[in-house]
Ligand binder design. Structure first.
Ligand SMILES: [Zn+2]
Length: 137
């Protein structure tokens, strides 16, 4: 098994790279694209045939942001742009997760380094004895 030791320096370098990547990100938006087919109200329409030829596809973008859920239609010509923006949003979220994970790992390594049991020459601290004050002259 290969043991890849990650040092705080390596983690900090990774965080610097993440920051640069975030700065370089283009337009973004949260959401999930879905495709759907509809039927209309016309009883003689092809969408009522057997087998039915439903209308569509229609594309919808749904997202929840600040506790509000929204869904709206996306025109076919807007699809490439919306797909790119949704992908960029996901990339941002994954970069943020990685940044936070690296920060937590740096903090963990730091705690480990400071733990007294990790020191080789750990000796119990001598108890502090309170000395009586020398009498004032
Ligand atoms: Zn129809």
């Amino acid at each position: 098994m290969v043991c890849l030791m990650t040092t705080p320096t390596q983690l900090e370098r990774r965080i610097d790279t993440i920051k640069r990547e975030i700065i370089a990100l283009g337009p973004l938006r949260p959401g999930t694209l879905t495709q759907q087919y509809n039927v209309c109200g016309n009883p003689n329409c092809r969408c009522k045939a057997d087998p039915p030829q439903k209308h569509g596809p229609y594309y919808q973008l749904s997202y929840t942001w600040q506790r509000k859920s929204r869904t709206h239609f996306v025109r076919e010509e807007e699809l490439p742009q919306v797909r790119t923006e949704v992908g960029t949003y996901l990339r941002l979220r994954s970069l943020l997760d990685e940044w936070i994970n690296a920060s937590l790992e740096i903090a963990r390594l730091d705690r480990e380094k400071r733990r007294p049991s990790a020191r080789k020459s750990a000796k119990p601290r001598p108890k502090r004895v309170k000395l009586p004050r020398s009498p004032a002259k």
